[in-house]
Ligand binder design. Structure first.
Ligand SMILES: C[S@@+](CC[C@H](N)C(=O)[O-])C[C@H]1O[C@@H](n2cnc3c(N)ncnc32)[C@H](O)[C@@H]1O
Length: 423
């Protein structure tokens, strides 16, 4: 059967057309003056932790590919973080290659880069399936966020990316989560019946808005208050959510199968706390049973219990080098890093607190903090090692380690505290 026989060529055309008509996510380049959008995957501190185990060679410039870069969120974040790093350290500038099918999306990303004065990005229009011919790299790091699930064959997309990855590199990926998107696919199906794909986009958006306003209370989308892109991201958000001509969603075991099939291994989901069943299990026997499971089974259990994971963001490396990843704070040379560099602010917020309360997808969770948490946090500047911090605090090493390990368990799970190695 040829591509056009089974409708693939038509879906390819529709996907391309959607992102030309409605670049997603919608971004105004003028906002670059006000803020840098950061997120996961591909925050530099996360890459250092989950891909390089805290041992990235800072003197050697990273070669990065952003596959399906859209309107530029991942590209701008990482290119900016790398530019700041090379300015601060006086090291050679890292290079970021942006690749996307959509010329309209690429124009937004380019204007954002210009607004920031970033000159470390190469912009290319094309399909990631053709990356080996268009921009063969090889790359130390590849970002592919929210793209694989829109391909006819996501495994072929991942294989194309794998073919341009250095053996000692890694990737940050995001695909939709099946449970957190409960209710999305029945609405997509209903809209295919009520507003066929060939109609003009604005007419389809209008039909979708009419339908959404009249859904019965029993509809699963009405019950899933976590899905909100159609409310927060305008017409592009609504189209991407309900009128896309091709998307699929993954459970944790399906993510693992996709990754393993490409010869890759998972090094972590972000934020880890959402993949920890312990946050849902108050019964001690059940909690102990969950704790005894292998890591991926625990992640799958948490997904099934919480039901809130709308997207899976995760890091992968070639499977032969997954040992020791993610790193743990197991030696005096470990350098704890606050992901967003705001250690003073965090220390102030935690001063005198025995626990913190965090809202995770609408559910409140409490985490116990060790004694002296704020004092330890105040010392974490991304340069001092655990050895230097414990000496600075005047604490016995074993007392310090107990406190630090508890603090690390809580703040790593919340994606606040990561690791680098000294030297
Ligand atoms: C949902 S957007 C995500 C954009 C961006 N990665 C982000 O997270 O903000 C999906 C993007 O993937 C692009 N895309 C879809 N299929 C592609 C392909 N085969 N090769 C390259 N880009 C593709 C679309 O044009 C669109 O810009």
């Amino acid at each position: 059967m040829t591509a056009s026989d089974n409708g693939q060529a038509r879906r390819d055309r529709l996907v391309h057309r959607q992102y030309e008509d409605l670049p997603y996510p919608p971004r105004d380049p003028a906002d670059e003056r006000k803020r840098l959008i950061t997120g996961s995957p591909s925050h530099l501190a996360e890459i250092d932790h989950y891909v390089f185990g805290g041992r990235r060679d800072l003197s050697s410039p990273l070669n990065v590919l952003i596959a399906g870069g859209g309107t530029g969120d991942g590209t701008i974040m990482l290119a900016q973080q790398l530019a700041w790093e090379s300015q601060a350290l006086g090291t050679p500038a890292a290079q970021v290659t942006y690749l996307d099918l959509s010329a309209a999306s690429m124009a937004v990303a380019q204007t954002r880069a210009e607004a920031r004065g970033l000159d470390n990005i190469r912009f290319l229009q094309g399909s990631l399936l053709d990356v080996a011919g268009l921009a063969p790299g090889p790359y130390d790091y590849i970002d592919c966020c929210g793209v694989l699930h829109h391909l006819e064959d996501p495994a072929a997309g991942l294989a194309a990316l794998m073919s341009v990855l250095k053996p000692d590199g890694g990737m940050g990926l995001m695909v939709y989560g099946a449970l957190g998107r409960t209710g999305v696919y029945p609405v997509q199906n209903a809209l295919r019946a009520l507003s066929p794909e060939g109609l003009p986009p604005d007419e389809r958006v209008a039909t979708a808005r009419t339908l959404l306003a009249s859904l019965p209370e029993s509809n699963w989308l009405k019950r899933n208050t976590l899905v909100a892109d159609h409310i927060t991201a305008g017409d592009p958000g609504l189209f991407d959510l309900f009128l896309h001509s091709r998307d699929r969603a993954y459970t944790v075991p399906q993510v693992a199968a996709l990754v393993e099939g490409a010869g890759l291994a998972l090094t972590g989901f972000v934020e880890p706390v959402n993949y920890d069943p312990a946050i849902y299990l108050t019964d001690t026997d059940l909690a102990a049973k969950a704790q005894a499971l292998p890591w991926l089974d625990r992640c799958a259990l948490a997904e099934n219990l919480g039901g809130t994971i709308k997207t899976h963001s995760f890091y992968v490396v070639p499977s032969n080098r997954a040992g020791g990843l993610p790193p743990s704070p197991d030696s005096q040379t470990t350098v704890p890093v606050i992901r967003d560099g705001n250690h003073a602010e965090l220390a102030k917020g935690l001063a005198g607190r025995k626990r913190i309360q965090v809202d995770l997808n609408g559910v409140k969770h409490r985490f116990d903090l060790p004694e002296g948490a704020a004092a330890v946090l105040a010392q974490i500047d991304g340069r001092r090692s655990l050895d230097a911090i414990h000496k600075g605090l005047g604490l016995d090493w074993f007392v310090f380690r107990q406190r630090f390990d508890r603090l690390y368990a809580v703040l790593h799970a919340l994606n606040i505290l990561l690791i680098r190695r000294a030297g």
